[in-house]
Design a binder for this molecule. Structure first.
Ligand code: 13P
Length: 257
């Protein structure tokens, strides 16, 4: 059975002491009300990864850990960077690649996104590729073509790693703004993304939605938006809202493939 996937992207929030606290709380909540249809993953800042994996191991929690970014290089003189092998050694199973905040603020262009996805897959980890248009592109009616092109540039030729590729659709105008895309807008984009993924030989990949997801809108987006889960930002920083999103996804997700 394909499970839905809910990832909490903490972004640049929570030091390692706070990370330990939140991880324990999330593990306790999910132990008291386990989910069968959802895979839950936490994506803390690099410096918290070791603490988070240790807590999850100690609690025997079936919660995965992702990194928010990684270098596309294997090792060497790349000051400030972290490699896939380093993450793997820490028990990290997946990496978010090409988040719009990295694309817009840190010059991560399509070529670097593509080489980073390849580095992640080559290293044996799973990649969560972020795509999504800005407001001007949506208002010009070019969002479908834009996102399709982002997918092709990042994922062409990766059929063999299909099981380890997830796509997260995050319209930039919906991130951190409280303005969620409507279920109909999301559903239409899911068709576009799945069509392109199928053409790329990646039809089995899960497709998530991200952008102002919260405890109140999660159920509707899963049901009507036709998504395979969420990439959650702000609402993943507190136990209750994150737990509510996970449980809404568990209650509403109907396996479709
Ligand atoms: P928000 O949920 O805070 O809008 O962030 C979404 C996001 O960027 C997750 O990666």
């Amino acid at each position: 059975m394909t499970k839905a996937l809910v990832i909490g992207n903490w972004k640049m929030n929570l030091d390692y002491v706070e990370a330990v606290h939140l991880t324990r709380q999330v593990a306790t909540l999910l132990a008291s009300r386990p989910v069968e249809r959802v895979e839950v993953v936490l994506a803390p800042p690099f410096v918290d990864l070791r603490s988070v994996t240790s807590v999850l191991e100690a609690e025997h929690a079936s919660i995965g850990v992702a990194a928010q970014h990684v270098s596309d290089r294997d090792n060497g003189a790349f000051t400030g960077e972290v490699s896939v092998a380093m993450l793997k050694r820490l028990g990290v199973a997946s990496v978010i690649v090409g988040h719009s905040e990295r694309r817009t603020m840190y010059h991560m262009d399509d070529a670097i996104v593509a080489s980073t996805v390849r580095a992640v897959l080559r290293g044996g980890l799973a990649a969560v590729l972020c795509v999504g248009e800005d407001l001007a592109t949506r208002e010009a009616g070019e969002h479908d073509a834009f996102v399709s092109e982002q997918l092709t540039r990042a994922l062409a030729g990766l059929e063999e790693a299909a099981q380890r590729v997830t796509v997260a659709y995050e319209p930039i105008w919906a991130i951190g703004t409280g303005k969620t895309a409507t279920a109909a807008e999301i559903q239409a984009m899911m068709v576009t993304i799945r069509t392109r993924l199928a053409a790329l030989g990646l039809g089995a990949s899960r497709v998530l939605y991200g952008g102002s997801v919260n405890a109140d809108n999660a159920a509707e987006i899963v049901t009507e938006g036709d998504v395979d889960g969420f990439l959650v930002g702000g609402a993943s920083l507190k136990t209750e809202p994150f737990g509510a999103i996970v449980h809404a996804c568990n209650d509403c997700y109907a396996e479709r493939r």
